[in-house]
Design a protein around this ligand. Structure first.
Ligand code: IPE
Ligand code: IPE
Ligand code: MG
Length: 254
């Protein structure tokens, strides 16, 4: 069989560069799943699994930035994740502090703009202040838009948007018939950013789990089997490659 360029690229394990993709998404969203199963597989604590997951996170953010992708949204903690054990929640909260302490300088230096998606008010004070400070410090940066979803739920986000819009109608700033799809987008956390083009969920699960419900309306989905701590830049390149070869129709007949 003839080895085509596409084949050679699929076999290539080194990180790819922008020009090696036919097309890249503007906005990638990732549901980082499988830390618990990774920990069980290696007979380690679940906290250790989450910690290993942050190693993957670093690599994936770096590669996204190198490729010049505009926006990356990462699901780190859902509104439903509070239902886990006190110990696991505490470990995840600690990881938030550790992650920002070790990464913020480099991210800021790389001109990355951080935005937290979700309700920060329900978080412990230290975490809340750390996240606010990261947003403040990088707020004027013009590079990669890095959105980290913490205490985030897609339905809660839509409820918040509905409440804000209702207030505008009530005080006479907006008439109900003036509400458009853009009005809704403008009241989401991701306001001003493009919709998600590519959604990746690792670990083989194939569901949204309440992530970016509105923004994922026309996203392409890729579900690698690999667990998040084992997900490599090469796996990421393969997902980006799958995206490049999808035919997006948006309802039209092409
Ligand atoms: C995803 O890994 C990370 C978070 C939800 C914070 P999980 O902890 O859900 O991993 P599994 O699904 O149990 O393997
Ligand atoms: C979604 O994963 C949330 C994050 C990755 C942060 P979960 O593991 O919590 O989702 P379910 O419970 O399997 O749907
Ligand atoms: Mg999970």
């Amino acid at each position: 069989m003839k080895i085509t360029t596409a084949w050679k690229l699929a076999l290539k394990k080194e990180p790819r560069t922008t020009g090696e993709f036919d097309k890249l998404p503007e906005h990638v969203a990732i549901i980082m799943d499988g830390n618990g199963r990774w920990a069980r597989k290696h007979k380690l604590s679940v906290s250790r699994g989450h910690r290993q997951g942050t190693e993957t996170l670093r690599e994936i953010i770096r590669h996204t930035d190198d490729l010049g992708i505009k926006a990356l949204s990462l699901y780190a903690f859902s509104t439903e994740n509070w239902k886990r054990s006190e110990e696991e929640v505490a470990a995840l909260m600690q990881l938030i502090l550790d992650f920002f302490a070790s990464e913020i300088d480099e991210l800021d230096e790389k001109n990355v703009r951080i935005l937290i998606l979700g309700d920060k008010s329900a978080l412990p004070e230290k975490q809340r202040e750390t996240l606010k400070e990261a947003e403040r410090r990088t707020g004027k940066n013009t590079g990669l838009r890095l959105n980290i979803a913490i205490n985030y739920g897609g339905r809660a986000e839509l409820v918040k948007a509905a409440q804000e819009i209702a207030i505008l109608v009530k005080n006479g700033t907006l008439r109900p018939e003036e509400i458009t799809e853009n009005t809704i987008s403008d009241h989401l956390y991701t306001q001003g950013q493009p919709d998600v083009d590519l959604l990746i969920r690792t670990s083989g699960e194939q569901r949204l789990s309440n992530f970016l419900l509105y923004q994922n309306a026309y996203a392409e989905f890729v579900f690698p089997e690999v667990l998040w701590p084992d997900f490599t830049v090469h796996d990421y390149d393969l997902a980006l490659d799958a995206f490049a070869h999808r035919e997006r129709r948006f309802g039209k007949r092409l």
